[in-house]
Design a protein around this ligand. Structure first.
Ligand SMILES: [Zn+2]
Length: 389
């Protein structure tokens, strides 16, 4: 009898415990869903409107005419350039360089299409606005191990320059993704590519090279990563894992290449991904006099360290070119504002590049003129100087 009532008691306790579990489970879920609705939100949605009231000097047109050395216009062969030119006029952009002269065919190694694209782009410019655009050509590196790679590529470089191309742009696949016939990663300082840089030196054209990615793209994607939002939006941009070399390695290979070809003029795109470490970039520019930089896609790095960046721009005023990368009118306004004004707490346009705000560098006019056009005019003698009077 005793054991029967004992079992009954245990049974009641179990039932009460179960009911308790169910009720607490339901209430927990209800609380979480209410919290989600009311308080919690996705970090990507957080968009606080600043209550800070300070002077604002929005800039819609650069103080001096400028040359954008880093732009991509994939449809240039068929593009109506008059629309683009009227936008450029409103920005005070006197001259634009399309780095993608050989078009998307470059990524598929379609040599014939690449040449056609380059020709038609240059023809469109010549027929319509010969003074306002420059076109770079690109190289198909897939045939690196072909017997005739050197001869055909040398010929193609000479043909591109004869057609009117004013420089060579090298995409980031070299040094990261490009593999040779044995499946080995082709490094930027690979000797099989040396003749290319030497040929460009011989022809007097610069090489604009984008090598690697921002340092954070090589770091673990966790709560400490400054570009975590970027990793979520564009996971393929990240280079985490064994199949990729480290950031340091990619940088070292690139600098090696600069060092081995002192007669070639290199424009290191995106401040060589050292915009967040300007001391290091200073050391690089001090050592390698053939290297220039442009600040496409890194204005957010410069604007978060206005004192250090201002000093850098003054110290290296002869080595910096204006570059933007993505062509978007209202984004140029932020570039102008950071370079020209002393505004504070400027809102940036791309969250995934960082959630911080920017501060103006208030650059002196003589420095502004150099980075806006004077340095580029020296590098590209074919640009009509009367555009800058
Ligand atoms: Zn680019």
């Amino acid at each position: 009898m005793r054991s029967k009532s004992f079992r009954k008691t245990i049974g009641y306790i179990l039932i009460i415990f179960l009911v308790f579990l169910i009720i607490s489970g339901i209430s927990y879920n209800v609380i979480i869903s209410i919290q989600n609705k009311n308080n919690l939100m996705d970090i990507g949605d957080y968009s606080p409107i600043s209550t800070l009231v300070v002077n604002e000097n929005k800039v819609y047109k650069s103080k001096f005419p400028f040359i954008d050395v880093h732009s991509h216009h994939w449809d240039m062969p068929i593009q109506d350039l008059s629309k683009l030119v009227s936008e450029m006029d409103s920005l005070n952009m006197a001259y634009l360089i399309n780095l993608s002269g050989s078009g998307l065919a470059t990524f598929f190694g379609k040599q014939g299409l690449m040449e056609k694209n380059l020709e038609s782009s240059i023809r469109n410019v010549k027929n319509n606005f010969p003074k306002r655009f420059g076109v770079f050509f690109n190289i198909n590196f897939n045939g690196i191990d072909n017997d005739d790679f050197k001869n055909t590529t040398t010929l193609l470089i000479n043909e591109a320059v004869n057609k009117g191309a004013i420089g060579l742009k090298v995409y980031k696949n070299v040094g990261l993704n490009l593999k040779d016939s044995k499946g080995k990663r082709v490094t930027v300082d690979d000797d099989r590519l040396s003749f290319i840089w030497e040929e460009c030196a011989k022809l007097g054209i610069p090489v604009l090279i984008h090598s690697g990615e921002p340092k954070a793209f090589f770091d673990p994607i966790d709560k400490f990563n400054e570009r975590w939002l970027h990793a979520r939006e564009k996971p393929n941009s990240f280079r985490v894992g064994d199949q990729y070399p480290s950031f340091e390695k990619v940088m070292k290979e690139q600098h090696n290449m600069f060092r081995k070809h002192p007669k070639t003029t290199f424009i290191n795109a995106h401040f060589g991904w050292y915009a967040n470490d300007l001391n290091r970039l200073s050391n690089l520019l001090d050592e390698l006099q053939n290297v220039y930089v442009e600040f496409g896609a890194v204005i957010n790095e410069l604007g978060r360290q206005p004192k250090t960046a201002r000093k850098f721009f003054i110290d290296y005023q002869d080595r910096i070119l204006f570059g933007k990368d993505i062509y978007k009118m209202d984004e140029y306004y932020i570039y102008f504002r950071v370079l020209e004004t002393s505004d504070e707490y400027i809102e940036y346009f791309r969250k995934r590049h960082g959630l911080w705000r920017l501060y103006g560098l208030d650059l002196p006019d003589n420095v502004l003129k150099k980075i806006y056009f004077e340095n580029a005019l020296k590098m590209f003698p074919s640009i009509d100087k009367s555009l800058f009077n």
